[in-house]
Design a binder for this molecule. Structure first.
Ligand SMILES: CC(C)(COP(=O)(O)OP(=O)(O)OC[C@H]1O[C@@H](n2cnc3c(N)ncnc32)[C@H](O)[C@@H]1OP(=O)(O)O)[C@@H](O)C(=O)NCCC(=O)NCCS
Length: 172
């Protein structure tokens, strides 16, 4: 299957919304993506679409997050949305979106990436439980589903704390 990955363009926005709605069966995630797009944590180069034969079949969004520990605040990236059309799964579309996104994030000098996701999927790309750095989300989840990847070796060595999700997450 021919898959191409590129940053989103204005004409993709409605299709990205529809893909999120199709995948999750409701609007919450689709609206979250729209809110992030309008806010300060959006990075246009890291909002990526996957196309095959002129059909939008996948989407990934990395947006800015912060880890706080008292007065200490560390800016990082989170995988905020990752969806592949159900008819096009298990063919590497997700892997391609993720690897292209991680390369672009590295090129933009981001040092690490966090994800709340499947513990059997993301470790294949090097993600490890964030608890190993004593970094936790602001809510209770099994330790293995909240993961981080160092794009620069040892980037998280001196970082610990709670991930602060941006305000957009509270408006959905
Ligand atoms: C998670 C998700 C994005 C993965 O998308 P995908 O395109 O199916 O991902 P991939 O094809 O890269 O990998 C999926 C599986 O297919 C396998 N696979 C990859 N390429 C393959 C190929 N050419 N042939 C057969 N299998 C393949 C992978 O090994 C992987 O196996 P696993 O299920 O045992 O881990 C997709 O399932 C999805 O949209 N889920 C709902 C939304 C969601 O949960 N998002 C994640 C939240 S962060």
């Amino acid at each position: 299957m021919n898959i191409s990955i590129r940053p989103e363009e204005p004409d993709d926005i409605d299709e990205i919304y529809e893909l999120n709605r199709l995948v999750f069966g409701q609007d919450t995630e689709a609206r979250l993506v729209d809110h992030i797009r309008q806010g300060p944590n959006f990075i246009p180069q890291l909002s990526l679409v996957a196309y095959s034969d002129e059909k939008l079949i996948g989407y990934i969004l990395f947006s800015k997050i912060a880890i706080t520990n008292g007065d200490f605040k560390y800016e990082s990236l989170g995988v905020t949305s990752m969806v592949v059309h159900p008819e096009f799964r298990k063919r590497g579309v997700g892997a391609k979106l993720l690897t292209v996104g991680l390369q672009k994030a590295t090129g933009l000098d981001y040092a690490d990436v966090f994800v709340l996701g499947h513990e059997f999927y993301f470790p294949k790309f090097g993600f490890l439980p964030a608890a190993r750095w004593n970094i936790r989300p602001p809510f209770e989840v099994p330790a293995e589903v909240f993961m981080a990847l160092e794009l620069i070796p040892n980037a998280l060595k001196n970082v610990s704390g709670i991930v602060e999700f941006p305000i957009e997450f509270s408006v959905i």
